[in-house]
Write a protein that binds this ligand. Sequence first.
Ligand code: ADP
Ligand code: MG
Length: 268
Amino acid sequence: TNLSTDRKKPEIIAIANQKGGVGKTTTTINLGTALAAARKNVLIVDLDPQGNASTGVGRERDNRDITSYDVMMEEATLSDAIEKTDIPRLFLVSSTIDLTGAELELVDQAQRTFRLRNAFKDPAVEQFDYILIDCPPSLNLLTLNALSAADSVIVPLQCEFFALEGLSLLLRTIETVQANFNPKLKIEGIVLTMYDGRNNLSGQVAQDVRSYLGDKVFKTVIPRNVRISEAPSHGKPALLYDHKCTGSQAYIRLATELLRREKNFRAA
Ligand code: ADP
Ligand code: MG
């Protein structure tokens, strides 16, 4: 029998938005933790030189040895870079500020857009059900690598005034990636973050996004919740810092929604 046809494939999801501070890292960490709690094997790839996803799952900044930088520069394999976290079934490829250099160093390399996709040919990916890539706040080469390597993209969107403008730029970039690098890339969904029910603008933006993008928008909305913003300084996902808070509960619902979508998709 041909074993290669039996290979399990993870769902690779890029968490992307060129705007900073919209909840990419928070979504990566907490969606990852919620999926791991649902007994999925999850790998978080920190592709932001700020390294906040790494810190947020408890990886201290000192002695991050083999990181996403080494993977991008082909100085290490993905297997070499994968680390355990203290959270069962949650694994990490960490990042450091070195990753800023990768962007520059790759500029005149052939295949520069496919470094991450090539790294995912590593057999180590087969142990995972989900790989979540935390993207930097820019449509740079790192983000292009994530979109070229991914099956789908989740876009965290903060419900504020210019949200839709930024979104159309991102959607155009996704179309460019589909046309040039990765025809199978799909939009998994837009997730509305830091939603403030007392703020009329929040509600208006949410309504506009839903009428523009319909069922591409997750039903689950992530509320603005102070416990979520406290969690990173404790080196823990909000889900472990306070699993009962409204923010954590929302991320559990988001994971449930994602799992249900996948199930329906596979059944269809
Ligand atoms: P990005 O990765 O897009 O730059 P982050 O996930 O780092 O965004 O979030 C930006 C800031 O907002 C962080 O300080 C984070 O703790 C905080 N934050 C994210 N989501 C929420 C939320 N739902 N409620 C309150 N604060 C949040
Ligand atoms: Mg971030």
